[in-house]
Design a protein around this ligand. Structure first.
Ligand SMILES: [Cu+2]
Length: 65
């Protein structure tokens, strides 16, 4: 498992954190997701590639830096 840390500046509230977490877990049930609303970062422990996770976050309307 690799841990990815992505900067997602479009996160503004816990609602965003929930949506992002649910979508990642839905895509990869083994993933461990930690969203920090204050620092606008998403940490994902996953076997999924970084590009797939980025694409997923982008597909639900968020911006990955
Ligand atoms: Cu929000």
């Amino acid at each position: 498992m690799a841990t990815l840390t992505l900067k997602v500046p479009s996160i503004v509230c816990e609602g965003c954190a929930d949506v992002i977490t649910k979508n990642i877990v839905n895509y990869d049930a083994q993933a461990k997701v930690d969203v920090n609303v204050t620092s606008k970062t998403v940490s994902v422990e996953t076997e999924t590639s970084e590009s797939s996770i980025k694409e997923l976050i982008t597909s639900i309307g968020h911006t990955v830096e």
